[in-house]
Design a protein around this ligand. Structure first.
Ligand SMILES: NC(=O)C1=CN([C@@H]2O[C@H](COP(=O)(O)OP(=O)(O)OC[C@H]3O[C@@H](n4cnc5c(N)ncnc54)[C@H](OP(=O)(O)O)[C@@H]3O)[C@@H](O)[C@H]2O)[C@@H](O)CC1
Ligand SMILES: [K+]
Length: 459
């Protein structure tokens, strides 16, 4: 614990120096709960006293505060008060949140919430911002908003799923590694994506790498088809077929594709993307039914999701065991989940996992942190790199990427996760610090693949 607390103290001193220009003589408050998280804060306070910081501990449960930590702070001549003396928070340069850590459940209780409400100084959270669920990042009531979160050994789900609550997460090594076990939620990194991105080998041709079919777009929305196809064309070297009414527009933008008017005429594909700009009328419904009956892995996006929500009989067209990836944003999620009794509340991870299980489909729930849940319970989270991708047509690009990876034969859960990761990098490259567009994101896909594959060995 002292090692953990020393890490907290070091980063607290950095924060003080960063925004007040010094450490000695500055004032700081510790919010101390009943567990070891409070112990970390008390020990950190003791270390900071030795650097000349004025430290006041505010105890939420005075009789249960961590005894050794409290003794250490008292020895270092720190002040100790109860929660009735919340006014000390008005005049400090930094607050350390040691209310609760990994054993916390639910939002802050009223006494803790009242203290937190009074805080105006920058906040360093020990292990996690109190009130945020450690496993899911859910915030279901009062919770701390941290500027910096100092955690130990490894990042936990909360640090990925509630990034905006944690602020900058800093990792302190306290030599715990083997005890930490396997994470519940996978976070992909560059190598996970780059090393597995499908690239052609010496014996490959345009068919052997997987043909992606795109059934998207309509007379009203030809652009969705152009973007989805463009992403699939740019993602891998496999061939792309287009089926739908926007053939002229798609061919004009992407001469390498083969376009037909209908799914029935499209020829063989190894995966379908269906839905972007499809419309929710009869023509769209028929297209979706035909695709689902095709017996190949399918990514259903946008209008495809709305159609499935409206008419759950459409699922009957699907061959059992054939993978489906759904890519809803919140409103689409609600549309398709509510009839199944699944609600999207504060716990997005649980909702995605439940829907994936109920529908026997991979569910990619879009958001600042995108969650990908597999029907067998596997979970993956992908943090966004800024919000540049919140632009029209961005989802069409993502579904094209997923389609191309599905066609290559990749596990559908990983295909969705890797596509989301690459989409996010392409968005960042396209934006380069200024607003961007979905077309520019398509144009950045190759650069994103290149960056992801840096150092990867070609087959
Ligand atoms: N493990 C290790 O090796 C290491 C662990 N370390 C540290 O220990 C931390 C884990 O400590 P922990 O297990 O003692 O529990 P912790 O999270 O401090 O709080 C539990 C207390 O909070 C209370 N409480 C619960 N919910 C609440 C709510 N919503 N609102 C308000 N209060 C609530 C609950 O009280 P009760 O229900 O009993 O009233 C209970 O007593 C970990 O995060 C890290 O900081 C480091 O030192 C490194 C080594
Ligand atoms: K905390």
């Amino acid at each position: 614990m002292r090692r953990a607390a020393y890490g907290v103290a070091t980063h607290a001193a950095e924060m003080l120096a960063g925004h007040t220009g010094g450490v000695a003589g500055r004032r700081m408050a510790l919010l101390v709960g009943a567990g070891n998280n409070g112990g970390d804060a008390l020990w950190a306070g003791a270390f900071l006293r030795r650097r000349g910081v004025g430290v006041t501990a505010v105890l939420l449960a005075p009789e249960r505060a961590h005894a050794e930590g409290l003794a250490a702070l008292r020895r270092a001549r720190g002040r100790v008060v109860t929660a009735e003396h919340a006014q000390v928070l008005d005049d400090v340069d930094l607050v350390i949140d040691g209310i609760v850590g990994l054993s916390a459940r639910g939002p802050l209780r009223p006494d803790a919430a009242a203290l937190v409400d009074r805080v105006t100084a920058p906040v360093l959270a020990v292990d996690l911002p109190s009130g945020v669920d450690p496993d899911t990042g859910a915030v279901d009531g009062p919770a701390v908003h941290a500027d910096v979160t100092v955690t130990f050994g490894c990042r936990k789900p909360v640090h990925v799923l509630a990034e905006s609550r944690c602020g900058t997460t800093v990792l302190v090594d306290i030599g715990l590694r083997p005890e930490l076990g396997e994470p519940d939620i996978v976070v992909l990194d560059r190598v996970d994506v780059g090393a597995e991105w499908p690239v052609p080998g010496p014996r490959d041709d345009k068919y052997s790498q997987g043909v992606t079919g795109v059934a998207a777009g309509s007379a009203t929305y030809p652009g969705a088809a152009v973007l989805t196809v463009g992403a699939a064309v740019s993602a891998t070297s496999g061939m792309v077929r287009y089926a739908g009414p926007a053939g002229d527009e798609v061919r004009a933008a992407w001469p390498e594709i083969v376009a037909t008017g209908s799914v029935a005429d499209a020829g063989r594909v190894q995966a379908w993307v269906v839905g972007p700009g499809l419309g929710t009328g009869k023509a769209g419904r028929d297209t979706l039914a035909e695709v689902l009956a095709g017996g190949v892995p399918t990514c259903v996006d946008a209008d495809g999701i709305s159609l499935l929500a409206k008419d759950s009989g459409l699922w009957d067209a699907r061959e059992p065991g054939v993978p489906v990836v759904l890519t809803p944003h919140d409103r689409e999620f609600a549309r398709i989940a509510e009839p199944k009794g699944v609600t999207l509340g504060a716990d997005r991870v649980a909702a995605a996992r439940e829907l994936a299980e109920v529908l026997d489909a991979v569910v990619l729930l879009k958001g600042n942190t995108t969650i990908v849940a597999a029907p067998d319970g596997r979970l993956l989270a992908n943090r966004s790199r800024g919000s540049w991708l919140a632009t029209a047509g961005s989802g069409d690009v993502l579904s094209g990427l997923i389609g191309a990876l599905l066609a290559s034969g990749m596990d559908p859960w990983l295909a969705a996760g890797r596509a989301a990761w690459l989409h996010s990098l392409a968005g960042e490259l396209a934006a380069d610090g200024a607003p961007t567009s979905a077309s520019a994101v398509v144009a950045a896909i190759r650069d994103a693949v290149r960056q992801a594959r840096l150092g990867a060995v070609s087959p």
